[in-house]
Design a protein around this ligand. Structure first.
Ligand code: HEC
Length: 269
């Protein structure tokens, strides 16, 4: 009796196993086929090579300054940058006076030390970039950590801001998939229709002080490089610490090899 019972239990498990493998395999096989517009038309980020890439990566300060210019002139109308303080801009090569001047252009709502009330005052180097009030459609996310927060990082941001195109006829012709009023078609955005109007719609939105020509593509690259810095200002220090460790480990390896030779030198003939 017990025997029959255990055979039945075994059969039950085998059946369960077979069932789950076939169901999963079928799901996997059909998943590869385009079943939704998102799957069919979504595009992976374009290639973007930046100075800060790779283990030897260093920031290109001139590019970061240009990218900051693009943020300030264009993106800051809608996006905040709350994790960055004005004084952090020293890392981009700005002098203290330049930072004071940049901060002073911002209006900061803070507690007045005399009256204790909230009051508007000009920004100071220790202030963080202020919140942004946006009245349009959608919610512009804070950009401080966006290159870490989105799969694809800087290449994603670059592709997104340069990626607006006309909607393919197959989607535009169908009322179910047609881009809704007030949204914009962008194949790099997860659901293809984004509430952000094309932010870099024409060349020359900023004037670069280093003479670089501000094409749409250039501005997109520069602002993406800048957003790598805002998300990880200590990237260079991390790379350096990594190399120190590798160096130290190599040194210890050599040292222990020499010690080993020394200890065993008498026993080997
Ligand atoms: C007119 C306002 C406006 C401007 C200017 C603007 N954005 Fe946006 N942005 C938005 C809105 C609104 C969203 C949210 C879109 C949504 O969720 O559909 C957004 C979303 C984003 C996202 C997140 C996309 C995602 O994956 O969720 C990134 C990255 C971004 N913007 C980058 C930029 C950059 C870089 C600039 C400057 C070159 C810029 N934006 C300028 C309004 C703006």
């Amino acid at each position: 009796m017990i025997r029959i019972f255990s055979i039945l239990a075994g059969l039950f498990f085998i059946l369960g196993l077979l069932w789950s493998t076939t169901v999963d395999t079928l799901a996997f096989a059909t998943d590869g086929l385009p079943t939704s517009p998102e799957k069919e038309f979504h595009e992976h980020p374009k290639a973007l090579s930046l100075n800060s890439d790779g283990p030897f990566g260093k920031f290109d300060k001139a590019q970061l300054q240009r990218g900051f210019g693009v943020y300030r002139e264009v993106c800051s109308q809608c996006h905040s940058l709350k994790h960055v303080a004005y004084r952090d801009l020293a890392a981009l090569g700005y002098s203290n006076n330049a930072i004071k001047a940049i901060a002073a252009k911002a209006t900061i709502n803070a507690k007045d030390p005399l009256s204790g009330e909230m009051k508007d005052r000009p920004g100071m180097p220790a202030d963080h970039f202020p919140p942004v009030v946006y009245g349009g459609k959608g919610v512009p996310p804070d950009l401080s950590l966006i290159t870490k927060a989105r799969h694809g990082g800087a290449p994603y941001v670059y592709s997104l801001v340069t990626g607006y195109t006309a909607q393919p006829a197959k989607l535009a012709g169908n009322p179910e998939t047609k881009t809704p009023e007030g949204l914009y078609y962008n194949p790099y955005f997860a659901n293809l229709n984004i509430a952000m109007p094309p932010p870099l719609a024409s060349d020359g939105l900023v004037t670069y002080s280093d003479g670089t020509v501000a094409t749409k593509d250039q501005m997109a690259k520069d602002v993406s490089a800048f957003l790598v810095w805002t998300a990880e200002p200590k990237l260079e220090a991390r790379h350096q610490a990594g190399f120190m460790w590798v160096g130290l480990m190599l040194f210890v390896t050599v040292l222990s090899f020499l010690a080993y030779r020394n200890v065993w030198s008498g026993t080997k003939h």
